[in-house]
Design a protein around this ligand. Structure first.
Ligand SMILES: Nc1nc2c(ncn2[C@@H]2O[C@H](COP(=O)(O)OP(=O)(O)OP(=O)(O)O)[C@@H](O)[C@H]2O)c(=O)[nH]1
Ligand SMILES: [Mg+2]
Length: 491
């Protein structure tokens, strides 16, 4: 079933539920919530330890400084960023009331003034902003998972793993600066909720503030790539993340909003003798000192450090020395090297291409819970139909299996396990991704590989020594390969 067919099946089940509970305002409201969620953009949460660079990364994904950032603990309340015609910020209080929040402009962008509200009573903050990037995806900023205050990090966990109902997020981007025990334990808690059908269905890891990994040296991003590969090895093997990439969020944001005055400053710096500039860039303090003989005034130098970091400045100057001649080209080079484009592609492959299925799965599991909690007249029959849809849609079976593979150890050899994850769409749903072929593979090659995969996984599924769960997993993989064969026959 295609994504569209799945959401229309979900919609008709929800309509039946709406009719069934028309007499009960409280349950009707829950059903209406599910229906709305189907029409809303996919929800992606940004999570990680405090000061991992979450809000900065969110801003670079949105392309505007909407989320407040700071060098001290900053995000203390879960904050939703949705698309809206006019900027509005609302605090949703624990008692169900709402209050308008004043937006104030600060040096680093925006800040929300909640000083006249009791911040402990704020359940979450809703930001509506006219940013095009938010039209397809709602992004949720969360307090650090190892916040200095236990209550604050508990808010993040409650958001992913509510005591009742389904997770508020469909997918997670998890930021790591090192692979700490705290990170692993938080990722395990998310995985446990995925396995019980109540958690977000996808997790991408990001080695954040990647420019700092190699102490801001020009090869920092290479070091960050190596680090990401090491983390990926551990986290993907344990199934805790689907992929791990390095991103320098600060640089990505500055590149996206590069100003002409900054470009001129980089041009001027590129004309300074290499050794002199290298010395001046030894530290941020040194670079900003008024007595440094540099052709850029100290105020602008300090601004360059704040927006680009030392690594960003070194990189920009190097690119100009290598021949980049205008600000548009420089912005593109910096963006590409920041890693943000790679993350964006990954988000699209992992989450965007499955958005309808991810959302339908979230709302149908939610609806099943409502029906179980409130039995009336025909609700038993509807529950059977909801459960049948959840069981029959192959895309759901794939998603559940991906979740399960993240938490249980499989008896399959490692190479087979990796192939299975790929085949069921763990690295993207396009046939070439599923079959591990080159992007430009022709139809014949795809067909032959898909047919071979059907045979291989059917055989595996029949192996007499396999436990039931693994045999089922092999069958799901065979059906995924069959799906590709069918898809090829249709076009
Ligand atoms: N060099 C560098 N600094 C960064 C990067 N991302 C964020 N920072 C800096 O790190 C500090 C924290 O950034 P935030 O985006 O507020 O981090 P956060 O994870 O949202 O922090 P909390 O909400 O307080 O947990 C700020 O001073 C940022 O300027 C990056 O990619 N590179
Ligand atoms: Mg933050």
């Amino acid at each position: 079933m295609s994504g569209d067919a799945v959401s229309s099946a979900a919609r008709s089940l929800l309509d039946r539920a709406a009719r069934l509970y028309a007499h009960d305002p409280a349950v009707s409201a829950q059903v209406a919530d599910c229906i709305r969620r189907l029409d809303q953009p996919l929800r992606i949460a940004v999570a990680g330890a405090i000061k991992a660079g979450k809000s900065t990364l969110l801003n670079s994904l949105v392309g505007q400084a909407v989320a407040p950032t700071d060098a001290t603990e900053c995000t203390r309340v879960v904050t939703w960023y949705r698309h809206g015609q006019h900027p509005t910020v609302t605090a949703r209080m624990a008692d169900g009331s709402a209050a308008n929040v004043r937006v104030v402009r600060v040096e680093s962008g925006l800040s929300f003034d909640v000083s006249d509200l009791d911040s402990d009573r704020i359940e979450h903050i809703d930001v509506e902003w006219p940013a095009p990037a938010l039209a397809a995806t709602t992004i949720v900023d969360t307090p650090g998972t190892s916040s200095l205050s236990h209550d604050v990090s508990a808010r993040t966990l409650a958001m992913f793993a509510p005591v009742e109902g389904t997770s508020n997020a469909d997918a997670v981007v998890y930021l790591l600066r090192s692979l700490s025990e705290g990170d692993v334990s938080f990722l395990k808690q998310i995985a446990a909720h995925i396995a019980s059908d109540a958690g977000p269905l996808g997790v991408i890891g990001v080695v954040s503030r990647a420019d700092e990994v190699g102490a801001g040296r020009i090869d920092s991003m290479n070091s960050a790539h190596e680090m990401a590969a090491r983390f990926a090895g551990e986290l993907e093997r344990n199934g805790l993340c689907q992929a791990v990439v390095p991103v320098a969020g600060l640089l990505a944001f500055a590149a996206k909003t590069l100003r002409e005055a900054e470009f001129s400053a980089f041009l001027a710096l590129a004309a300074v003798p290499v050794d002199d500039l290298t010395l001046a860039l030894l530290s941020a303090d040194r670079f900003g000192r008024p007595d440094m003989p540099l052709p850029v005034d100290p105020g602008l130098r300090a601004e360059l450090v704040r927006r680009f970091g030392l690594f960003g400045i070194r990189l920009a100057v190097t690119m100009i020395r290598l021949g980049v001649r205008d600000s548009t080209a420089l912005a593109a080079e910096l963006l590409q090297r920041s890693g943000i484009e790679e993350l964006r592609t990954l988000i699209d492959i992992q989450f965007g291409q499955r958005a309808e299925q991810l959302k339908s799965h979230s709302v149908l599991t939610g609806l099943a819970r409502v029906l179980q909690a409130h039995p009336v007249g025909d609700s038993g029959r509807l529950l059977v139909d909801v459960q049948r849809t959840l069981a029959d849609v192959h895309g759901f079976a794939e998603l559940r299996l991906l979740g399960r593979l993240r938490t249980t150890k499989s008896p399959l050899p490692e190479a087979d396990q990796a192939e299975l994850v790929r085949l069921i769409g763990g690295l993207g749903v396009h046939p070439v991704r599923r079959l591990g072929l080159l992007e430009q593979a022709d139809r014949g090659t795809i067909h032959a590989a898909a047919v071979a995969a059907v045979h291989k996984w059917r055989q595996r599924a029949k192996h007499p020594l396999l436990d039931r769960g693994t045999a089922k997993a092999c069958e799901v993989a065979a059906r995924s390969a069959e799906g590709i064969v069918k898809q090829l026959a249709q076009v």
